[in-house]
Ligand binder design. Structure first.
Ligand code: ADP
Ligand code: ASP
Ligand code: MG
Length: 415
């Protein structure tokens, strides 16, 4: 049995017209001799509107019930789309996460997939040509509904592709592939034909929401090739796959940005063993992900500590700091939501020095102040004021020659 997995995001299932386009893609898969597993997101805006309703009804909605609520968005999509398949005589049925089942841990709101019943899917595919599966959802061991985090339908699709050993997982969206940077921000962004899992992972983690991070982790772990492409054209998109020839890897392959950042500064905390642990342990215990951390040199056994958290976690983080502020000796606490993290990414950085200095010089030329810096072997991230987001992206994109086939700026500077 040849199986194809096709996932369609929110803008691809946004109403009857769009769903007819989706149907054409599925018919294409059937014509090529595949059984098709279609994974659908909620229609554009539906998840946000369900979340808004819950938060307007109660200050802190129960997490498990919130998952029951937001999972209904995908339920609508699969029911409506399966009707469209059946009206033209396709043997199809809809499947919700708990029906397959897609088993997850019980972390409501950002559950991890633990297991998918492969045999149950094969049995269904003997009876149906198309399974229309609700993305973004699963169930825990007590059969409660869970959801996989924003953008989680990508992960549902890749996990299903891994479970049934599909030859490829097609991710259909509103852009025709993965670009050197968000094409909706930079008109000179170029489509990338092939990208390595590791680079894609870094792009996704640094904010390129075209693929959810966990979907790329899954793809890498189970070696599932992903084809990111457009629902609204027939052009080939971007293949995300295993690194083939790192010697020829571009120095810089993309620029990502993440506006979901807030900076918190603790002024004058005691500079002694255990203080960082005292600050970051309760933050971690509250499931708040700290990203960048900078500690200034100590003066009179006191230091300033600055770190970033997602914007939605600022209130909870400040409440935690308030509880421990006397213990850690914080003299003042500041926070700033108007920041954005811009990241330059490329596996070629592993073997070349000098990329960071080009990035810093480029931002300087535009008079953009860098608030914080963090690096890994294949990326450099700079936190800047949010108002500079577009300018920073465009100037870095140009400086690294990403609008051209090669990266002349880097090659010249590093020659
Ligand atoms: P879907 O609803 O189909 O899952 P998303 O909105 O989650 O779609 O992801 C697609 C969007 O990702 C694009 O519209 C684009 O604005 C954004 N994006 C950010 N960075 C990139 C990038 N490097 N390449 C392509 N798209 C990107
Ligand atoms: N509907 C969910 C969201 O908006 C999941 C997804 O679209 O992938 O995040
Ligand atoms: Mg998405």
């Amino acid at each position: 049995m040849r199986i194809l997995v096709q996932k369609f995001g929110g803008t691809s299932v946004d109403g009857h017209e769009c769903m007819l386009k989706v149907r054409e893609k599925v018919l294409g898969g059937l014509d090529n001799g595949y059984k098709v597993i279609v994974v659908l997101s909620a229609m554009h805006g539906v998840t946000n509107s369900l979340l808004e309703t819950a938060h307007s009804w109660t200050e802190q909605p129960d997490r498990a019930e919130l998952d029951v609520l937001v999972a209904t968005g995908e339920q609508q999509s699969v029911a409506l789309f399966t009707m469209l398949l059946k009206e033209i005589g396709i043997k199809a049925r809809s499947c919700l996460g708990y029906q397959l089942p897609i088993r997850t841990d019980p972390t409501y709101g950002s559950a991890r997939i633990l297991d998918i019943d492969q045999n149950a899917i094969f049995d269904l595919l003997k009876r149906y040509d198309v399974l229309v599966v609700a993305g973004f959802q699963g169930c825990d061991c007590t059969r409660r509904i869970t959801t996989l985090g924003r953008g989680g339908s990508d992960t549902s699709a890749v996990a299903l592709a891994a479970a049934v050993n599909a030859s490829v997982c097609e991710i259909y969206t509103d852009v025709d592939g993965v670009y050197t940077t968000d094409p909706n921000i930079c008109s000179k962004a170029r489509k990338i034909d092939t990208i390595d899992y590791e680079e894609m992972l870094e792009m996704a983690s640094m904010g390129a929401k075209v693929l959810q991070i966990r979907s790329v982790e899954f793809a890498k772990k189970y070696n599932v090739p992903i084809h990111v492409r457009s629902t609204f054209s027939n052009e080939p998109g971007t293949i995300v796959t295993q690194e083939e020839n790192s010697m020829e890897a571009a120095l810089v392959s993309g620029i990502a940005y993440d506006k979901d950042q807030a900076r918190i500064t603790l002024v004058g905390v005691k500079d002694e063993p255990g203080v960082s642990a005292r600050i970051f342990e309760p933050i971690a215990a509250a499931n708040i992900v700290v990203d960048m951390i900078v500690q200034n040199p100590s003066k009179d056994n006191r230091t300033d500590l600055t770190f970033t958290v997602p914007r939605g976690s600022v209130r909870d983080t400040l409440a935690i700091i308030d509880r421990i502020k006397d213990e850690i000796g914080a003299q003042d606490i500041f926070h700033d939501d108007n920041v954005c993290k811009i990241s330059v990414i490329g596996v070629g950085m592993r073997t070349h020095a000098g990329i960071a200095s080009i990035a810093f010089a480029t931002l300087k030329k535009e008079n953009i102040n860098i608030l914080m810096i963090s690096t890994s072997e294949i990326k450099i991230s700079c936190l800047v004021k949010e108002k500079y987001t577009e300018l920073a992206i465009r100037s870095l994109h140009e400086a690294f020659g990403l609008d051209k086939e090669k990266s002349p700026a880097c090659e010249q500077s590093l020659a």
